[in-house]
Design a protein around this ligand. Structure first.
Ligand code: PLP
Length: 415
C-alpha cells in the first residue's frame, strides 16, 4: 500500500498528483513541492505497539511514511536508526540540563545524507533507470555513490576542480564515475543537469527533488521512538540548503498528527556566521538575499540555498529559533564534543552543538531544558579542519627523553 496522496507547492499551495515534475509547473524552480500523505489511514496502521514489534533496525521501519511502494526493494545497507545517546559532561559544558547526541555520522557513508540518497535510488529504480547522477563536493555525492553501489546502480558524479581529496577517494571506492570539472561548483552543477536531461539519468538534487527530503525526516521519527515518545524540548540542526531542518521537523509534525507524541520540540536552526543567508531572512522576514559563503563548515557553505522557505516555515511552526556561530565556535565545538562525549563530528555537525551552547548562553534555550544535537556527519571526512582545532601530537625521541615533562604538563603524573 502507498499512502501518498499527492504533492503540494510550498509557494502557491496548488496540489498535484504524485507523478508531476520535481517542482511546481506554475511557480517554476522556486515552487518546491511537499509530499502529502493520508494520515488518518496511516494512523490506523502505525501504532506504538506495531512499531515496537518491527524488526528493521533502519529507517525502513517507517515505510508507511515514505514515498515508496509497499514491497519496493530497498538497498541492503542499513540506513538510519543511528545511536541516540545522552552526553552528561557535554550538557554541563554547553549549559543545558540534559543533552542528547544523535550520531548520523554512523550511517553507511558517514552522514545523514544517506537517508535521502536511499530514497533517491529506490525512486530511480521505480522509473526503470539504472544510472544516477549528482553534482557535489561532499556528503550528497558520496552517499549517492554508496547507495547506488549497494543497490546495483551505476553513478556519475560531477565534482568541481577543488573538491577535497578524501571525499573524491570515497567516491572512487564506491565505483562512481568521477568527473572532475575544470571549474567551480556552478559549472559542475550545470553539466550534471544537462547530462541528466540528455541521457535520461536520475538527478539527485535534494534542493528541488521532493522525495529526498522525505528520507531526512526519518531522523525526526527515530528521535521520538528512541526517546520513548518523549522528544526533547529543543532539537538543533545545522542549516545549509535547509532541507535537513525542514525534513526533521516534518517527522515530528507527523508523529504528532498520528497521535504518537503529545508535543513537538522547538527547532534550533544553526548557520555558520560566514554563510548565514537563511538566518538573515528568518530575522528580517524578507526574501532571501544570496551571499558569497565563507566558512570551514563546507557541508553548510551554501550561498544560494534552494529550500530556505521550507526551512524558515518549519522553524517558525515549531516555535523555534535561528542562531549563527563563528568558525572559532565551530572548531571549539569539534574539540569539546570529541573530548567530553567521544563523538567525532565534522564541522557542519559540530555547528549544531555550538548553536546549543550559544542559544543557552543567550537565554534562547532555558538552562533546565532538554536538548538534542543532530550530528549530521563524521569528522573523519575532513581531518584538515579537525587538525586546525586540535593541533599536533607531542613528538618524542625513541629513548623517551622528555616524556615525564610532557606527562606532568598534561596533568597525567605528579613529580
Ligand atoms: C547537508 C548537510 C547539512 C545541512 O543540510 P541542508 O539540507 O543543506 O540544510 C548539515 N550537515 C552535514 C554534515 C551535511 O552534509
Amino acid at each position: 500500500m502507498n499512502f501518498v496522496r499527492g504533492l503540494q507547492c510550498v509557494c502557491c499551495g496548488a496540489t498535484y498528483p504524485a507523478r508531476t515534475a520535481f517542482t511546481c509547473p506554475a511557480c517554476g524552480i522556486t515552487g518546491i513541492l511537499d509530499v502529502k500523505y493520508d494520515y488518518p489511514a496511516i494512523a490506523r496502521h502505525l501504532t506504538r505497539r506495531v512499531l515496537a514489534q518491527r524488526p528493521e533496525r533502519s529507517h525502513w521501519r517507517y515505510r508507511e511514511l515514505l514515498p515508496i511502494r509497499a514491497g519496493a526493494r530497498v538497498p541492503d545497507l542499513a540506513v538510519g536508526w543511528t545511536p541516540l545517546t545522552p552526553a552528561k559532561a557535554l550538557a554541563r559544558h554547553v549549559g543545558v540540563n540534559t543533552l542528547y547526541l544523535k550520531d548520523d555520522g554512523r550511517n553507511p557513508s558517514a552522514s545523514l545524507k544517506d537517508r535521502a540518497s536511499s530514497i533517491g535510488v529506490v525512486k530511480a529504480r521505480e522509473k526503470g533507470l539504472s544510472i544516477v547522477a549528482c553534482a557535489s563536493t561532499g556528503n550528497a555525492a558520496s552517499s549517492l555513490a554508496g547507495m547506488a553501489a549497494s543497490f546495483g546502480l551505476r553513478s556519475v558524479i560531477f565534482v568541481p576542480e577543488r573538491a577535497p581529496e578524501p571525499k573524491i577517494t570515497q567516491l572512487l571506492i564506491f565505483g562512481a564515475t568521477v568527473l572532475r570539472v575544470r571549474g567551480g561548483y556552478e559549472q559542475a552543477f550545470q553539466l550534471c543537469q544537462q547530462s541528466c536531461e540528455r541521457w535520461g539519468w536520475y538527478n539527485r538534487n535534494s534542493g528541488i527533488n521532493p522525495y529526498l527530503v522525505e528520507g531526512k525526516k526519518t531522523a525526526g521519527l527515530e528521535i521520538c521512538e528512541q526517546l520513548a515518545w518523549k522528544p526533547p524540548d529543543w532539537v538543533a540542526v545545522s542549516v545549509g540548503d535547509g532541507c535537513t531542518v525542514a525534513g526533521i521537523w516534518k517527522g515530528f509534525r507527523e508523529m504528532k498528527t498520528l497521535g504518537l507524541i503529545a508535543r513537538t520540540p522547538k527547532m534550533l536552526g544553526v548557520q555558520a556566521a560566514g554563510a548565514a543567508p537563511v538566518t538573515a531572512a528568518f530575522l528580517s522576514g524578507k526574501e532571501l538575499e544570496p551571499i558569497e559563503p565563507e566558512t570551514i563548515a563546507d557541508s553548510i557553505a551554501v550561498g544560494v540555498p534552494r529550500n530556505w522557505r521550507k526551512a524558515i516555515a518549519a522553524i517558525r511552526e515549531s516555535g523555534g529559533a535561528m542562531i549563527n556561530v563563528t568558525d572559532d565556535e565551530i572548531l571549539d565545538a569539534m574539540r569539546y564534543t570529541g573530548r567530553l562525549a567521544g563523538v567525532f563530528a565534522e564541522p557542519a555537525a559540530a555547528t549544531a552543538v555550538a548553536g546549543i551552547r550559544r542559544a543557552a548562553a543567550e537565554g534562547v534555550i532555558p538552562k533546565r531544558a532538554t536538548a538534542l544535537a543532530m550530528i549530521t556527519g563524521n569528522g573523519l571526512k575532513d581531518t584538515r579542519s579537525a587538525r586546525t582545532a586540535v593541533g599536533d601530537p607531542c613528538d618524542i625521541a625513541p629513548d623517551g627523553a622528555g616524556l615525564e615533562a610532557i606527562l606532568e604538563l598534561r596533568g597525567l603524573i605528579e613529580r
